[in-house]
Design a protein around this ligand. Structure first.
Ligand code: PLP
Length: 399
């Protein structure tokens, strides 16, 4: 028997995994599943980025790089962040194999056993897991009563944070709601962070995917430069999920501590992938614009289709997700024994399991994000598939 460490015991297996396992089983049986559960663009990586990485591979860039990243990429990232109003030099940047690894290093650099970390619910699944693995005690503020916006929830946040709070995680545009937080909300975060000396992670991985609004970087707000850890990555904006490339920007004192975790764990991000990253940041505005326009059309179409079926969703101004409120009285649930029986399940689990098994539409239960009562729909799928998905949900009595 293994004597497992507490950190793995504190973490649950991913709820999204259960859904994708189910989807895979159905597809193995030859069933067509409309998969609206995935958190990745359905586009291929733009050609110029692939070409740059290929050329770099051919040129022999196959060895380790310096642990914090190649200078050209750290410069390109610093340029991007300065354009966003963040005071950032190449020395403030650590290039990581994915935004997820950037977050992992941040949590493990800051959190000691029992430190308090605060999440805004619904929150992306891995914040909780990473915070807990690092030993944090979690406090949560529920944004769902406020249409998923942060500004009206600032009083609740003020009641939750204290001088004992070590870390707050802000994610705008948000996965899973698509919400983009207002400047007033970010200024409210600043006031609380300064008052209680809190460090704030600003996860801006969807910053390029906004529709008609500008996303403000938290680190550009006056007073936040020295307490914001800005996280970003290439997965979403450039359709590069499998390349594993991300980064964070932090004050130098933080970089030298977190850099130890990076150098003793992953060593560095993949060499030629980093060269692809330079091309992505320098020369890909057009392709990013095309993907943004496609996401926007899909968002509007999906919201309309749902409205046609009487479902009113809070439509966010960014990312490619929507939280669908689950009607406990819908036909499909009324016909099932979700709330009774030997193993009563939360309503969102019952709805999502039914939707995939009966209607063959895959979504993610809201409880994975701390808000049962919703299902997350990803609209990183073609208009045809979105239409098909909504039709199936309606026919199956799920909406
Ligand atoms: N942050 C958020 C909010 C995300 O949705 C994701 C991916 O799903 C990530 C970070 C991490 O992405 P990656 O590790 O691919 O850069």
């Amino acid at each position: 028997d293994f004597d497992f460490a507490g950190r793995v015991g504190r973490v649950e297996p991913s709820a999204t995994l259960a859904i994708s396992n189910l989807a895979n089983e159905l597809e193995a049986d030859g069933i067509d599943v409309v998969d609206l559960s995935v958190g990745e663009p359905d586009f291929d990586t733009p050609e110029n980025i692939k070409d740059a990485a290929e050329a770099s591979l051919e040129a022999g860039n196959t060895g380790y790089t310096s642990s914090n990243g190649i200078p050209e990429l750290r410069e390109a990232i610093a340029d991007k962040l300065r354009a966003d109003g963040i005071d950032c030099e190449a020395g403030n940047v650590v290039v990581t194999p994915g935004g997820k690894q950037a977050l992992y290093e941040i949590f493990h650099t800051l959190i000691d056993q029992g430190d308090e970390a605060v999440l805004l619910d619904p929150a992306w699944v891995s914040y909780e897991a990473q915070a807990k693995m690092a030993g944090a005690d979690l406090s949560r503020v529920d944004l769902s009563p406020y249409g998923f916006q942060l500004e009206p929830a600032l009083d609740d946040l003020a009641e939750t944070v204290s001088d004992d709070t070590e870390l707050l995680v802000v994610n705008s545009p948000s996965n899973p709601t698509g919400a983009v937080y207002s400047d007033a909300a970010l200024e409210g975060v600043r006031d609380l962070a300064v008052e209680h000396d809190i460090t704030v992670i600003s996860d801006e991985i969807y910053d390029e995917i906004t529709y008609g609004v500008d996303q403000t970087s938290l680190g550009s707000i006056e007073g936040m430069g020295d307490r914001t850890l800005t996280v970003n990555g290439f997965s979403k904006a450039y359709a590069m999920t499998g390349w594993r490339l991300g980064y964070f920007c932090a004050p130098e004192a933080f970089v030298s501590q977190a850099g130890k975790i990076q150098s003793h764990s992953v060593s560095c991000a993949v060499n030629f992938v980093q060269h692809g990253g330079v091309e992505a940041l320098r020369n890909t505005d057009e392709a990013v614009g095309e993907m943004r326009a496609a996401f926007r059309e899909r968002r509007d179409m999906l919201a309309e289709l749902l409205a046609d079926h009487g479902v009113d969703v809070s439509v966010g101004d960014g990312a490619f997700y929507m939280m669908l409120p689950i009607d406990e009285d819908c036909e499909a649930l009324a016909a099932s024994d979700w709330g009774s029986g030997d193993e009563p399940r939360p309503v969102d689990q019952a709805w999502c399991e039914g939707a995939i098994q009966e209607a063959h539409v895959a979504t993610v239960p809201g409880s994975a994000f701390g808000t049962p009562g919703y299902a997350r729909i990803s609209y990183a799928a073609s208009q045809e598939r979105l239409q098909e998905g909504v039709e199936r949900l309606a026919e199956g009595g799920y909406i």
